[in-house]
Design a protein around this ligand. Structure first.
Ligand code: DAH
Length: 342
């Protein structure tokens, strides 16, 4: 009897320390202890050899022994089932699929850069309509009835409303802002503009501009130059040189065009700057007194400057884009390249 009890203790120890994740080994364990010819059954069979007065105790020991084996088996089986589900189902510990976030369009990136530089200089952002009337786009800006820009060749007119058109520049916004506000006015106006041009690698029938306007008392051309100098340094870098050339716009007097030294060849002359060493980037000037009075601002009291620049050109220079049509084709292979850009 005592020999059997010692055997049971040894088996219990074996059961408690038994470990496996292999289903075959677990099955062998079950057969060894709990099978029809297993150890538990065999030891139960010893009952008849136990003296009658000790059978009760022996029965209890055997039950505890059997439960130990069953419990161990159930635990190992459970662990195996969970591990098994893990190997066929999704593994929650793997990193997730990255969410594909869109990037900003290069025109948007460039517009944001331009606008943020002027905002830091105290300019507010204003916007105006792309479908505009003739007066705000032309007449108020001193472009007379016979001005060549009004030609159907250059301007898209609405077929049902011949007095309405797609704005040819963002200068319509300076008119609307001067009508609406009293000086001081200090704004930049980004937006899309349209011209009836043949689409090619270098020109498109729609593109983007940023207009600038500052109206106050006693504004000088020096203020204009300094503002644009600061802009160029921030936008294109400290080494870039600037030059102003006299020019003509009906809405400014005097008028100028501003060039920057070509950043690709450092002014040496290359294909991009057409061997001149200079890139034209904007038009500007002192707002014509007639334009001020067209908008209800007293030109005896106030004056100011305006400027207008394209967005495509600097974007093409910055990102090395050689065909303007890429901006509007929405080819994801092109657009994806700007995902990481700021
Ligand atoms: N509106 C002109 C254009 O589209 C650009 C321009 C030139 C705007 C001079 C201005 C300016 O405000 O002063 O070509």
């Amino acid at each position: 009897m005592d020999a059997i009890l010692a055997q049971i203790e040894a088996h219990k120890e074996e059961i408690r320390t038994f470990e496996t994740t292999d289903p075959e080994l677990l099955e062998a364990f079950r057969i060894r202890f709990l099978g029809t010819k297993g150890i538990v059954k065999a030891l139960m069979g010893e009952m008849k050899n136990v003296p009658a007065d000790r059978r009760r105790d022996f029965g209890q020991v055997m039950n505890a022994f059997k439960e130990t084996a069953e419990a161990r088996y159930a635990t190992l089986k459970e662990v195996m089932t969970v591990a098994d589900a893990g190997s066929t189902g999704p593994d929650a510990t793997l990193p997730g699929d990255p969410l594909s976030v869109g990037g900003r369009h290069p025109i948007t990136l460039m517009r944001n850069r331009i606008v943020s530089i002027f905002r830091r200089m105290g300019f507010a952002v204003a916007e105006g309509p792309e479908i505009e009337d003739d007066w705000h786009n032309f007449t108020a800006l001193n472009l007379g009835e016979d001005h060549p820009a009004r030609d159907m060749q250059d301007t898209f007119y609405l077929s049902r409303r011949p007095d309405m058109l797609l704005r040819t520049h963002t200068s319509n916004v300076q008119i609307r802002e001067m009508q609406r506000n009293k000086p001081p006015i200090r704004i930049v106006c980004p937006g899309r503009v349209y011209r009836n041009e043949t689409v090619s690698a270098r020109s498109h029938c729609f593109f983007h501009q940023v207009e600038g306007l500052y109206i106050d008392e006693g504004v000088s051309f020096a203020d204009l130059k300094q503002t644009l100098y600061s802009f160029v340094k921030e936008m294109f870098g400290e080494d870039v040189r600037v030059r102003f050339r006299p020019s003509y716009f009906p809405f400014t007097e005097p008028s100028a065009e501003m060039d920057i030294s070509c950043m690709l060849c450092k002014g040496e002359g290359c294909a991009v700057c057409k061997r001149t060493g200079w890139l034209e980037i904007l038009g500007c000037g002192m707002v014509h007194p007639q334009v001020l009075s067209n908008c209800g601002i007293d030109p005896e009291k106030y004056n100011g400057y305006a400027f207008g620049m394209g967005i495509e050109r600097p974007a093409m220079l910055k990102y090395g884009i050689t065909d303007i049509r890429l901006f509007s084709e929405n080819d994801v292979r092109f657009l994806r390249q700007f995902t990481a850009a700021t």
